[in-house]
Structures are given as structure tokens and as C-alpha cells.
Design a protein. Structure first.
Length: 202
């Protein structure tokens, strides 16, 4: 009997709820896991300081922002989870949304929560980190909003959220390179033959 291929080491998936293009990743990253032996470790962090340092603030560049929305619509339709209009941007309370994700990463439901909250953000135009998105997304995945939000607002989780030194991790490299044509092509090739996952399916 032929031996199966050994499983690869998990890949750290650094992300920040509030990033527009992260929508395209979180809604299809499960396809990679379903069709390969690749596994991901979801690692939420705050990208705000990096964006400021890079002067990557789309709201201050209307022409760029308009292009981003057109690109998002085009790619989302291509991947099978089209959405209408423009989701609220920027988020007012993305820090809480990401702190909830940290709780989820510790407890094992981060991926389900992030997919749920992004779907509500882009499809239903409900802001992540605010009601009704926050509580409805948690209830959808079987978590008690009151318990989780209390944990997310605790000093322990706030400290964990703030102490991630992304300058010494691959998070910066991922953020700076994730939109390159080479990476897009690589991921496209990885998932092109996999079944589509509509935005409403988690």
C-alpha cells in the first residue's frame, strides 16, 4: 500500500478584520484545506499601525477606494460569492471584532466567526464589531455573545491584541505582499478546481 503524503506544517494566517481584501481570503481559504494537506493557524492582529506607516489609507484616496471596490466585486463574483453595493468602510469598532477573533483562536472557533462576521459585513452591510453583526455572528456559530464579548473586553485579551510585535513576524511580509499578482495567481491555481462556496455557506 502506498504511503500518503506527509502533512505539511501549519501555515500562520495573519489577518485583521477590517481589511477589505481579507474578505476574499477568509471566504475561500477553507477550499485550500479541503483540497490539499495544507492547514492554517488563524492569527488576528491589528494592522492599523502598519497601514499608517505605509500611508495605506484608502479613505483618503477616493480614486483608489473606488478601484478597490470594483476589484473586490469582480473577484468575489469570480470566486462565487458576489455581493451588492459597498459595505460600510472603514469599520468603527474593528478592535473589538479582532479581540473576539483572538478569543476564538484560543477556543477553536476563530475561522467560523471570521467568515460569519465578514459575510454579514459585505453581504448584509452590517459592521464587524458592532450590533447586530457581532452578536448574530457569535450566535450563528453556537457561542454566547455575552460571555465572549466580556472576554474580548478583558485586560488579558486587550494585552494579547496589543502585544503582537508584527515587526518580528511574517505578518508584515504577508500584508505587504499579499496583493501581488504572483500570490493571487498562486492561490487562484490552488483553488480553481475546487467546488464553489457561496457567501451564505459556512
Amino acid at each position: 500500500m502506498a504511503k500518503g503524503n506527509p502533512k505539511s506544517e501549519p501555515i500562520d494566517f495573519w489577518f485583521s478584520i477590517g481589511s477589505m481584501f481579507t474578505f476574499l481570503t477568509v471566504m475561500r481559504i477553507d477550499r485550500v484545506e479541503d483540497t490539499t494537506d495544507i492547514r492554517f493557524v488563524w492569527r488576528p492582529f491589528s494592522v492599523k499601525d502598519i497601514m499608517i506607516e505605509m500611508d495605506n489609507r484608502p479613505m483618503s484616496k477616493p480614486t483608489k477606494l473606488a478601484y478597490l471596490w470594483r476589484d473586490l466585486h469582480r473577484r468575489a463574483e469570480l470566486y462565487g460569492f458576489a455581493f451588492e453595493g459597498e459595505a460600510p468602510y472603514p469599520l468603527k469598532n474593528f478592535d473589538l471584532a479582532n479581540r473576539v477573533a483572538i478569543v476564538g483562536a484560543r477556543e477553536g472557533w476563530c475561522a467560523d466567526y471570521v467568515r460569519a462576521t465578514y459575510r454579514r459585513w459585505f453581504v448584509e452591510h452590517q459592521e464587524c464589531g458592532m450590533e447586530p453583526n457581532l452578536s448574530d455572528s457569535l450566535r450563528e456559530i453556537g457561542e454566547d455573545p455575552r460571555r465572549v464579548i466580556a472576554l474580548a473586553e478583558s485586560d488579558e485579551i486587550a494585552g494579547a491584541y496589543c502585544k503582537v510585535d508584527v515587526t518580528n513576524t511574517d505578518a508584515v511580509k504577508w500584508f505587504e505582499l499579499r496583493a501581488t499578482d504572483a500570490q493571487k495567481q498562486l492561490l487562484d491555481e490552488t483553488v480553481k478546481d475546487s467546488p464553489r462556496n457561496p457567501a451564505g455557506a459556512l
